[in-house]
Design a protein. Structure first.
Length: 612
């Protein structure tokens, strides 16, 4: 049996004939490339699905279309945002990669329907979603006639194909809202004319696929399967994706008393493509019910199910295992494009200037016991008696960011002006804010050559989603357990002990859950969707800050070892942030992406999202 965690690229090369076939029937008329008459090929669909090995490899190739969050070489998918990172649009990170999409289009406010390109944060027709959906439907429609595969295995493989469809629709839903719902493949001569469905219909479509797929999937991979089939879908993955989407759907972006964009009449509002038409509080209970079902099954599953990565006494390594190590016990969905990364140019961009942590994000990480970090320390350039502001903090800080004085490359990191990391450049560096990025790249040596995957969905997200939904349904006391379990992994005490004087209103608890998600999922592309689904205009508009760190000198001008001055400064303004003179150009239209203008002109008349 071939290991599933081998490079998808190598599988593609081995199976070049089937991929040639797939490319002939690969594009919907949704997208810029319309189907043409396929050239003559020796391999046909009959050839592929009359051979058990070929048929399964066709499915593995469909897996390769799933969203992967890191730049990868200079491929089409690797160039997403031109090697940038859409988390650098959040209030946690800032990009200093001068040529990426953030600095060329987003920060200057140039983004719009006419600017949609393969460099966008998620392009409607060039991202690969429709290609993956078509491949999955081709598999569903043809695997039944494949010899040499028993019926039980066919059911499982078909369920995996359904999950490929569900994942692609989930990704697009969070960027665009309601979508045309494709329910079968199309031959190269068909011209589908599918109307855009409402936001609620699209959500139900995704949830139903997840439930349907879960029926024919094992809850979890066995220990032996994890060694060879790491990355294949399970029933827990299906139920977990369902929870993610129910949470997004219950949130105020679509589920509110009025649409998020009200400046002008919008077909997307009146057609309910980006608004449900009202607020339905029961949708939060749907999340609670789905989480309860998930953990009931997980508790009873004979294979042991999934659990938070809690092995060993090194709290930071526990966290690293959870997001970085393949086959770990809490990875519900992971995607990959190759077996391992070398520390090459593309990977360098991901952990370098494309997303540099801002001071507001660094301040979110509490002390090592879980009590909040006192950021009033930045009001003084010199602390007397001197206290190292980077010592004894939440272990996730050091695993996510490179801060001054932390262990790094067999020494300590130097993010002070003139230090080995920061250098003397006054701007446009990977450490311009006074800190750098550690997560995924680690110290370069530790990451290079390691099996590389993208943590698309982790169990910790289900814990925090449960906490959030319980709070929104008035069960805040029950919610503490689920957030405290995630904090416990890195040895933080519970919320109540960490904040003994806080009155835990629904709003206060909600804020802490969102902060916990920022700490837990930094660089995992979670914060953007949290800001969007809660319509957090204030987070988009606020100005962000960094630190100039300088070595302290005594009265004689001599360097004082291990002591530093910290000077807080304001980062350059993004278009939608509040200006120094009071100007404000933020618009809620930014919550969702624009459909490319070329799509809205096509025969199926795709209604544009509001404001674009």
């Amino acid at each position: 049996m071939k290991k599933f965690n081998y490079s998808i690229k190598k599988i593609a090369l081995f199976f070049i004939a089937a991929i040639t076939l797939a490319s002939c029937v690969d594009e919907f008329t949704i997208g810029d490339s319309h189907l043409q008459k396929p050239p003559g090929v020796d391999i046909t669909i009959d050839t592929v699905f009359n051979n058990a090995d070929f048929a399964q490899r066709f499915l593995w190739n469909a897996y390769s279309t799933l969203f992967y969050g890191m730049p990868w070489e200079w491929s089409t998918r690797g160039r997403a945002m031109n090697m940038g990172n859409f988390e650098a649009m959040t209030d946690n990170w800032q990009s200093y990669l001068s040529w990426d999409y953030n600095n060329r289009n987003i920060y200057p406010g140039k983004y719009g329907a006419t600017e949609e390109s393969m460099d966008s944060k998620y392009h409607y027709s060039l991202e690969g979603s429709w290609s993956g959906i078509r491949k999955a439907y081709l598999f569903l429609e043809n695997i039944g006639r494949t010899p040499g595969i028993d019926d039980a295995t066919k059911k499982r493989l078909k369920a995996e194909a359904k999950m490929i469809i569900a994942c692609h629709y989930s990704d697009m839903y969070r960027h665009f809202g309601g979508l045309p719902l494709v329910r079968s493949s199309y031959n190269p001569y068909d011209v589908p004319n599918i109307d855009r469905s409402t936001a609620k219909e699209t959500l139900k479509f995704i949830v139903d696929i997840c439930d349907d797929a879960a029926k024919d999937l094992p809850w979890a991979l066995s220990v032996d399967e994890r060694a060879t089939w790491d990355g294949r879908f399970t029933a827990a993955a299906a139920k977990g994706l369902k929870i993610r989407m129910l949470l997004f759907g219950a949130s105020p972006l679509f589920n509110d008393t009025e649409p998020y964009y009200t400046e002008t009449a919008s077909e997307s509002n009146t057609g309910f493509y980006t608004w449900y038409g009202g607020k339905d509080e029961s949708m939060w209970q749907d999340v609670v019910d789905a989480c309860s079902e998930f953990f009931a099954i997980n508790e009873l599953d004979a294979t042991g199910g999934y659990r938070l990565a809690m092995d060993g006494d090194d709290y930071r390594l526990r966290f690293r295992t959870a997001y970085f190590e393949r086959g770990n016990p809490e990875m519900l969905i992971s995607t990959r494009v190759e077996y391992s990364h070398s520390y090459d140019e593309a990977f360098n961009y991901f952990i370098g200037p494309s997303a540099v942590p801002v001071l507001e994000y660094l301040d979110l990480f509490p002390k090592a016991d879980g009590t909040p970090f006192d950021n009033s320390v930045w009001n003084d350039s010199v602390i007397d008696p001197y206290v190292d502001p980077w010592a004894n903090r939440d272990p996730r800080l050091y695993e996510t960011c490179i801060v001054n004085g932390m262990p790094y490359q067999d020494r300590t990191a130097e993010t002070w002006i003139g230090g080995r990391e920061r250098g003397i450049a006054m701007d446009w560096s990977s450490y311009f804010t006074g800190a750098g990025t550690y997560k995924f790249g680690l110290d370069k040596k530790l990451a290079s050559g390691k099996p590389a995957h993208w943590p698309y969905l982790r169990l910790a997200e289900i814990y925090l989603s449960f906490a959030e939904a319980l709070n929104e349904t008035g069960k805040t006391e029950e919610a503490f357990y689920w957030i405290d379990e995630v904090r416990k992994r890195v040895n933080l005490q519970g919320l109540k002990d960490s904040y003994p004087n806080v009155v835990w209103t629904k709003e206060r608890f909600r804020e802490e859950v969102l902060n916990e998600r920022s700490r837990e999922f930094g660089r995992e592309l979670v914060r953007w969707f949290d800001q969007v689904r809660w319509k957090r205009a204030g987070d988009f508009k606020k100005r962000l800050h960094g630190l100039r760190i300088e070595r302290m000198k005594d009265a004689n001008g001599n360097i004082v070892a291990g002591k530093y001055k910290h000077f807080k400064f304001t980062l350059s303004k993004r278009y939608w942030q509040d200006g120094d003179n009071g100007e404000n150009f933020f618009s809620p239209k930014w919550y969702l992406s624009a459909f490319p203008i070329t799509e809205t002109y096509k025969d199926y008349k795709l209604p544009q999202n509001p404001g674009w």
